[in-house]
Design a protein around this ligand. Structure first.
Ligand code: SF4
Length: 324
């Protein structure tokens, strides 16, 4: 892995303002993503995890500018993407692709599988018709689909095969970064492992970096090199996978991990229940955003926001907590 990050995200914010309604006070903006910073190296998988609504998908889509960041910086291979025109951004998207949770929704039902995979090549004027056909056949074989399936339509494939199609389409332009937005959570458990292993094989072969959004921590443990834990629009902990799963520091990470099934049934599970509902991102708690649900909260936690900072002995393990 290169020491120079492929992707550098700094102080990223995405706030959504609600429309002003007549005779009602203006609502506070929803702080879906607030002051989020991280890097992804070439050939690395960084997983973004957290409860539904924590801002992980909005973060991933802001990186691609599929949603427009409110503030902050997103640099790909050193180039700032925030502020580029849509036409400039379109060119950069050759290097940045996305795999969606629901491949069926992302595939045009009127295009055959071969046409769907060839579409990005056609849009970017890559090769002539014959070269594109050959490239599509090669992509099909790389993702484990038979070349003759190119004439079928998306509804004729199983869920796992459709996700393979989505992967082939994302690979077509040889991107450096693929954002994987819950890519296996809609698949049967038996198929999930095949698709995750395929993504890992492709990463090894082509050196692709993945920003992997997921809530299934067993999948994250298998595929990721590093993990960033999000709570209410903030990153609360980042560490390499081994450290994070073996020795989490942030109380929220501990609670999340306690819900992961234990592989050895003789080892008793020590599940910690998360108290209360997540607060509204339109009105987040003061200080540490987790203080309303944290079993370790002290008065200072409601007053001072903890910074995401390195822990002693490891510059790579960052935690946002006054006491951990
Ligand atoms: Fe809990 Fe306080 Fe740490 Fe926040 S700063 S996680 S409330 S102990």
């Amino acid at each position: 892995m290169s020491a120079v990050p492929l992707l550098e995200v700094s102080k990223l914010k995405k706030h959504y303002s609600s429309p002003k309604r007549w005779l009602t006070p203006q609502q506070a903006p929803i702080q879906a993503v607030d002051d989020v910073s991280f890097t992804v190296s070439r050939g690395e998988t960084l997983a973004l995890v957290g409860e539904s609504g924590c801002g992980k998908t909005t973060t991933a889509k802001s990186v691609l500018r599929l949603v427009e960041p409110t503030a902050g910086s997103v640099r790909l291979a050193g180039e700032e993407l925030v502020g580029l025109s849509q036409a400039q951004m379109r060119q950069r998207r050759r290097q940045m692709q996305i795999i969606f949770q629901d491949p069926y929704a992302s595939l045009n039902p009127r295009l055959s599988a071969g046409e769907a995979v060839a579409e990005p090549l056609r849009n970017f004027g890559v090769g002539d018709r014959k070269e594109r056909t050959e490239r599509v056949a090669w992509l099909f074989s790389r993702v484990g689909l038979r070349p003759e399936a190119a004439t079928k339509y998306p509804h004729e494939f199983s869920g796992g095969q459709r996700q393979r199609l989505g992967i082939a389409r994302a690979l077509a332009l040889q991107p450096q970064l693929i954002v994987c937005d819950e890519p296996v959570s809609a698949l049967d458990v038996s198929v999930q492992a095949q698709v995750v292993n395929l993504l890992m094989d492709l990463q090894e072969e082509f050196g692709i970096a993945y920003l992997f959004v997921a809530h299934d921590l067993a999948v994250v443990r298998h595929i990721s090199h590093r993990v960033a834990v999000m709570y209410l629009g903030h990153i609360v902990e980042i560490a390499d996978r081994t450290t994070l799963f073996a020795a989490p520091r942030h109380p929220y990470t501990e609670i999340l991990l306690s819900a992961v099934p234990v592989p050895n049934p003789r080892t008793p599970a020590r599940r910690i229940l998360l108290q209360g509902d997540p607060p509204s991102p339109a009105n987040p708690p003061s200080g540490c955003r987790f203080h309303t649900r944290c079993p370790l909260a002290q008065p200072v936690c409601a007053q001072q926001k903890p910074t995401l900072s390195p822990r002693e002995g490891s510059g790579e393990h960052l935690v946002a907590c006054h006491f951990r």
